[in-house]
Design a protein around this ligand. Structure first.
Ligand SMILES: Cc1cc2nc3c(=O)[nH]c(=O)nc-3n(C[C@H](O)[C@H](O)[C@H](O)COP(=O)(O)OP(=O)(O)OC[C@H]3O[C@@H](n4cnc5c(N)ncnc54)[C@H](O)[C@@H]3O)c2cc1C
Length: 596
């Protein structure tokens, strides 16, 4: 059983949890209608399942290869990329005047969910191009926009993101690639970047590399970094991009997973010097790169959810077919393993986590849309705060559950999960990179607890907490046992979130104590907010059931999913709060020598 895009779950999340239709009140998205949303998601489902899911396995087995500086992608990738370009998918959420479809980011994220599920190694290329387009739209000069945007938006050209160097990973400020100004306003870059995703390949005619480098006499650390656009092919002066720039792939990584994605060591300026142009102001490179990274962080969250969905579906179908032993509620011996309570628990648990993470990432996309498109400055500012709060959660929670659900799939398959031929192992191997790149989840936790928590006097959190309390009231108003349970758990979780956030944000708090609890705090936030969004979905489902509209059994399952998440993950939030506050004394109690 290959991947089937979960269009019903995706539409439910967009329509009933994120209320995507409210965007139609903005000038930018005035044409958005439920029919349009459904049609786009339907087409996206067709494209991703038919063209991409089928070459996922071949991509894993054959991988990409490098010879003489040329990377050849896995069988089928080049043809699928041509289909991707023909469908206009790269431009889905970019403005129409720039050549895009002009649809909201929320739909872009939903498309990513399907794209990454169908073929994560393939999906990485378009994902990085999206980030580069975003940077050029927000910070490019009119000339840069005119030169680079049209073909990036069609997908005829792709892009890469170049931060990492051997000595500079999480610590980006340690990078050494240099950029020397030339009299004509361009720069010459020299240096080596490692782990560059889709840094070289045979699918697009040109590759636009966005490269962080250091100009002469710039200060040490991140303050001295600038962002450059360095194309693979330069203009020959007559508008033909045929002149080879001095940037080459000199190595290809052999990885645990995503074998179809070419992860390159890139050499800039190995002989004559790589020609590039500054994007934005000099020494504002990190701010520029953050535009790209915020887009990529959200989309990596979507990768986590996508891979979780694909693995979950595989687990579900295997569990209905594999027969073992006797189960209490069925006569058939041997019974399909889905009847065993522990297998059933694993499947429900995965389903609930995917639903919660999907809600968080789509809500983040929706916040980005409102932050840009609302006609009301107050709504824009509030939406920006929501986007800022949700971005690290989207990245970390989406990818954490990606690994967890892919692991669950292996477990449901038993020994066959560990054998490559079932394909369960590939999803697990592929998923494992997601909590690492785009800022490790540990770095996301520092961003959340160290930066986002104190931004604008804690407003990002207090607004969220106030909304969560409204959801508690709405659940209590349902006057049903299941909603009373959800309300009770959500109430405890939100109260715990508030007290833990206060503990974390206390200016007198020792930084080492706070950092020791940052990852647990991030999980606590994701579970509380994920439970809140599932409760909103359950409330909408109850309303639809009362109105006797649509698929009542499906809506009932949305209530049950929220109930399960509340009874397990929200219920465990107070214990997470204990972990947050454990303190550095405990974490550092055993010495480094004592640890071994
Ligand atoms: C397949 C793949 C694709 C990639 N694609 C790209 C790409 O396209 N472009 C690009 O520029 N890079 C890319 N990367 C690089 C990736 O972003 C880095 O690997 C990642 O940022 C982590 O850096 P590092 O590997 O040096 O790990 P390190 O920074 O050495 O981190 C090791 C561990 O220490 C922790 N750690 C480090 N510093 C701190 C701190 N201050 N506080 C707490 N914990 C800390 C980390 O969380 C991690 O657990 C890719 C990597 C891979 C493997």
């Amino acid at each position: 059983m290959s991947y089937q895009a979960p269009v019903r779950d995706i539409l439910f999340t967009l329509e009933h949890i994120c209320q995507i239709q409210t965007l139609a009140a903005t000038k930018q998205y005035a044409d958005l209608s439920p029919d349009l949303t459904q049609a786009i998601m339907g087409e996206a489902a067709k494209f991703t399942t038919q063209e991409l899911a089928s070459i996922n396995r071949a991509g894993d087995q054959a991988g990409s290869t490098l010879a003489d500086g040329v990377v050849t992608t896995a069988p089928g990738f080049k043809q699928a990329y041509a289909q991707f370009v023909e469908g206009g998918w790269q431009g889905l959420s970019f403005p129409e005047p720039d050549g895009g479809m002009g649809l909201p980011n929320a739909l872009g994220v939903a498309f990513m969910d399907m794209l990454q599920a169908a073929n994560m190694a393939f999906g990485l290329g378009p994902m990085l191009t999206m980030g580069a387009i975003e940077v050029l739209i927000q910070a490019g000069t009119p000339e840069q926009k005119q030169t680079w945007l049209p073909k990036l938006i069609t997908g005829e050209w792709s892009a890469s993101m170049n931060l990492t160097e051997p000595q500079a990973g999480s610590d980006v400020g340690a990078l050494r690639t240099s950029a020397k100004a030339r009299a004509d306003g361009s720069f010459v870059l020299k240096g080596q970047k490692i782990f560059i995703t889709w840094g070289e390949h045979d699918c697009a005619q040109n590759i636009v590399h966005l490269v962080l480098a250091r100009t002469e006499n710039s200060p040490a650390g991140t303050k001295g970094l600038s962002l450059f656009l360095v194309p693979k092919y330069l203009d020959d002066g007559a508008g033909n991009f045929t002149v080879r720039n001095d940037v080459f792939a000199i190595g290809l990584e052999h990885k645990l997973g995503i074998h179809g994605s070419p992860t390159c060591t890139m050499e800039y300026g190995g002989s004559t010097g790589a020609v590039g142009w500054l994007i934005g102001e000099e020494m504002r490179g990190m701010a520029m790169m953050f535009i790209m990274m915020n887009s990529a962080r959200l989309n990596v969250g979507a990768q986590g959810v996508g891979i979780a969905e694909r693995a979950w579906q595989q687990a579900y179908f295997y569990a209905t077919e594999r027969k073992q032993g006797k189960a209490a509620d069925v006569d058939e011996i041997p019974a399909a393993i889905i009847h065993h309570p522990d297998v059933r628990r694993m499947l429900l648990d995965g389903k609930a986590k995917i639903a919660a993470a999907r809600a968080i990432i789509y809500a983040c996309g929706m916040a980005a849309d409102l932050a840009e498109a609302s006609g009301d400055a107050k709504i824009r500012a509030r939406a920006k705060r929501r986007e800022d709060l949700l971005t690290p959660l989207a990245k970390s929670f989406g990818t954490d559950i990606g690994v967890e659900v892919a692991s669950m799939n292996v477990q449901v398959h038993g020994g066959m999960g560990f054998i490559e031929e079932t394909g369960a192992a590939q999803h697990y191997r592929d998923a494992r990179i997601t909590p690492i790149y785009e800022g490790t989840n540990g770095i996301q936790a520092i961003d959340l607890a160290g930066r986002k928590l104190s931004m604008q006097g804690g407003l990002l959190f207090s607004e969220m907490i106030a909304e969560m309390r409204e959801t508690v009231i709405a659940c209590n108003e349902q006057k049903s046992p299941v909603f009373a349970r959800i309300a009770n758990q959500l109430e405890r979780a939100v109260t715990t979130l508030q007290t833990t956030a206060t503990w974390m944000a206390d200016p007198a708090r020792d930084r080492k104590d706070a950092l020791s609890g940052a990852t647990a705090f991030q999980t606590l936030c994701a579970h509380s907010i994920g439970g809140h969004y599932l409760a909103i979905g359950a409330l909408a489902a109850a309303k639809l059931i009362r109105a006797k509209t649509g698929d009542g059994a499906y809506y009932q399952s949305r209530i049950e999913l929220a109930d399960y998440f509340a009874s397990t993950y929200l219920a465990a939030v107070p214990a997470l709060a204990e972990q947050v506050q454990v303190g550095a004394d405990v974490i550092f109690a055993i010495s480094i020598e004592g640890l071994i």
